[in-house]
Design a protein. Structure first.
Length: 348
């Protein structure tokens, strides 16, 4: 969600939002001409009650446990839709991300509210937004990689990384299963019994839905796939848009200048994480607990107490300046208190 207010003004709005409940929640009839949200039971995924969830702060990153696995198994795209549904119910229509804007405009229950305010949200809404937001930030690098691989596997990708086994007679065979007479020595071993080795081809062959396609190309990915891959990419510490062609080279995708047009399609939450990823790649330590938890979950992050901004490349500095300019354009960068008191962030 866009926020064009000053940081001070937004902070004041937060205080009001946290103590104010909608008239309906207080048992009062809405004023004549007031916006009336769609009935809760007409909105898929929306809960008018506080979801039975708890946040486990001791874990890095913090996790969310819910009864009935309400949030389990959902992709980043599905979680973003679920969280933003809460805002959309009250008529928020200012989503910068085109795919989110298009999604809600197609919903039969959605109607824009030009007078949208956070005060329309109930206490249950705010708590549920926070649960979902923490869930979105809770994935480890390993989980994100598996999510990414699964998207490609469902489109038929083949990695050609089946295990290789050296046999005692000197031959080498490729097989997901360990042969009867593999070489005992570990030296030169590239099989499943070698530490750190993992075959995606072998893993997905165990899934009944997997249909390997030797002619796989990115053209086979759906629009939803590309959105999820963009979200995953930025969580992992690289950059890809939610709708464009996927970039190669993982973190190397941040070695180019990102356009303002691309940045304006990101939320303030996205922008803060992206800006600090540029610092994290050079080893910067962070005071923010949220940023600490996120980057500690990434294998590429090496915190260096001797870090200085002199390590930033000219391209890093250019991208950081561009990101900061877009953050300022939409109300200023988020702080931890903004992030944690959702919906005090821009919703997207």
């Amino acid at each position: 969600m866009d926020s064009r207010r000053s940081p001070l003004g937004r902070a004041a709005l937060l205080l009001v939002a946290l103590v104010a409940l909608p008239a309906a929640a207080q048992g009062k009839k809405p004023k004549e001409g007031a916006y009336v949200p769609a009935p809760a039971d007409q909105i898929p995924g929306y809960s008018a009650k506080v979801m039975p969830c708890e946040i486990i702060e001791e874990l890095i990153p913090p996790r969310v446990n819910c009864e009935g696995e309400l949030l389990e198994g959902k992709s980043l795209r599905e979680l973003a839709i679920l969280r933003n549904t809460i805002f959309a119910r009250y008529g928020w229509a200012g989503f910068r991300k085109p795919w989110l804007r298009d999604h809600f405009q197609k919903q039969p229950w959605f109607k824009p509210n030009p007078k949208f305010t956070y005060k329309l949200l109930s206490d249950a809404d705010r708590k549920n937004v926070h649960f979902i937001g923490v869930r979105e930030q809770s994935f480890t690098e390993r989980e994100l990689r598996r999510m990414e691989d699964t998207i490609f596997a469902r489109a038929g990708k083949v990695w050609n990384d089946v295990y290789e086994w050296k046999l005692k007679d000197g031959r080498t065979v490729r097989s997901c299963a360990e042969p009867q007479d593999p070489l005992d020595e570990k030296e030169g071993c590239t099989g499943a019994n070698c530490e750190g080795t993992h075959s995606r081809d072998c893993f997905f062959r165990e899934e009944k839905w997997y249909r390997p396609d030797p002619k796989f190309s990115e053209d086979k990915l759906s629009a939803e796939d590309r959105i999820d891959l963009g979200l995953i990419s930025r969580s992992l510490g690289s950059f890809a848009s939610d709708t464009g062609k996927l970039e190669k080279g993982a973190q190397a995708s941040l070695d180019r200048v990102i356009s303002v047009q691309e940045l304006r399609q990101l939320s303030l939450r996205d922008l803060r994480l992206l800006r600090n990823t540029l610092y994290a790649r050079r080893g910067r330590p962070f005071k923010s607990k949220i940023l600490q938890a996120h980057f500690k979950a990434m294998s590429w992050y090496r915190q260096d107490p001797n870090y200085t901004d002199a390590r930033l490349t000219e391209n890093d500095k250019r991208n950081i300046a561009l990101i900061r300019s877009v953050e300022d354009e939409f109300g200023g960068p988020l702080k931890d208190e903004d992030w944690l008191i959702d919906p005090a962030t821009d919703a997207a």
